[in-house]
Design a protein around this ligand. Structure first.
Ligand code: HEC
Ligand SMILES: [Cu+2]
Length: 347
């Protein structure tokens, strides 16, 4: 027991490794934007290490070399000002700051340019690109694809190796859009449109977060960027606009019509295909969600718990709780079966 405190650093290390959640790290950059930003981080880190090593070496040397020794009565020579030293320690920091500033300013301009002309290919040649308008809501994300006239909620599908141009907006307070593995963060500010771009070379699910304190459920305002190959993306976009017919209740297991319950209680806020409101996330592909409400496992139990008591899961969100008077158990079962079947990619 006496040495239990020795476990402290170990548990600290274990705790910190928990921070390396898959694809939620700016230190594992994917694509040109994240890589550019990562190399700037590395550059400043190396410069800082360089300065630290020199300063600490001189410091330690001076402490040992000039410490008072027993019987030392001699007071060192008092000097004031040394032109050579002054010039050296003014010039070196200026050079270091220039080394930092030049690539930073150059990359800032590259990143700020969301244009799509391909300079290497010549005038008028466009880079493969799509535009996504990202609207932040307390506490969920809306992704509109103006070129495809589709909207998705919480999960943003993108084609790989394509420039994704992002326009950031907010419907209420200030939020901030961050997908660490793909690009640095930028704010969603009401009344202002900010833009940015990124590309994902690899297929995969990239985690995103709201990084501006925006209300009681801010910490659960997670989303996903799902990069798929361009063909899959086209299928996805086509089917989002016109989802395949749903075979609700294929085995005839549930007596109540889930779609009917949805139309009665949910459609005023949630759209499936081009039908329905947009106060809440579009649910056209709910059955393919990686997460429920951004952060829960999309199991039946969690879905029911969420519908019954959404205010418990995300306090302050705009969806009402549905108790047993609003939706009875039978209707709930049918509704869940209906939602799980909302798939547009797999059969
Ligand atoms: C008054 C509007 C409103 C009504 C009615 C409503 N919802 Fe919602 N719903 C929302 C909002 C807003 C959210 C986003 C909550 C958040 O994450 O902050 C949401 C989130 C959800 C989610 C999570 C979505 C996701 O992408 O993970 C599901 C599933 C859902 N609602 C299903 C339903 C069902 C089923 C009904 C009907 C029984 C319903 N909702 C009724 C507004 C509504
Ligand atoms: Cu937010």
């Amino acid at each position: 027991m006496k040495y239990i405190w020795r476990l402290l650093p170990i548990s600290f290390i274990l705790l910190m490794t928990g921070c390396g959640v898959e694809n939620l790290s700016a230190l594992d950059p994917q694509g040109p934007v994240a890589e550019m930003q990562y190399s700037l981080i590395q550059l400043s880190l190396y410069i800082m290490i360089f300065v630290m090593v020199i300063v600490f070496s001189i410091y330690i040397f001076v402490i040992y070399r000039f410490r008072e020794k027993p019987g030392d009565t001699h007071i060192p020579k008092q000097v004031h000002g040394n032109r050579t030293l002054e010039i050296i320690w003014t010039t070196i920091p200026i050079l270091l700051l220039l080394m930092l500033a030049i690539p930073n300013v150059m990359d800032t301009f590259t990143l700020a340019d969301v244009g799509v002309t391909d300079e290497e290919a010549g005038e008028g040649e466009e880079i493969d690109h799509i535009t996504i308008d990202v609207t932040a809501h307390q506490f969920w994300w809306e992704f509109d694809y103006p070129e495809y006239e589709i909207t998705s909620g919480q999960e943003m599908y993108i084609p790989t190796d394509t420039r994704i141009i992002i326009n950031l907006q907010s419907s209420d307070v200030i939020h901030s859009f961050w997908v660490p593995a793909l690009a640095g963060k930028q704010d969603n500010v009401p009344g202002i449109e900010n833009d940015m771009w990124f590309e994902a070379p690899e297929e995969g699910v990239y985690m995103g977060k709201c990084t501006e304190l925006c209300g009681p459920s801010h910490w659960q305002m997670d989303f996903k960027v799902i990069a798929v190959d361009p063909d899959t993306f086209d299928t996805w976009a086509t089917n989002m606009a016109e989802p395949p017919e749903q075979v609700t209740d294929p085995e005839g297991e549930v007596a109540v019509d889930g779609r009917g319950v949805f139309e009665q209680s949910c459609i005023s806020c949630h759209a499936v295909g081009d039908e329905g409101g947009n106060t809440g996330p579009n649910l056209t592909n709910y059955g393919e969600r990686e997460a429920l409400a951004g952060y829960l496992d999309p199991t039946d139990e969690n879905l029911e718990a969420w519908l019954r008591d959404t205010q418990e899961y995300k306090p302050g969100n705009e969806m009402p709780n549905f108790n047993h008077d609003a939706i009875n158990d039978e209707e709930m079962e049918a509704l869940i079966a209906y939602l799980n079947e909302l798939k547009i990619l797999e059969d």
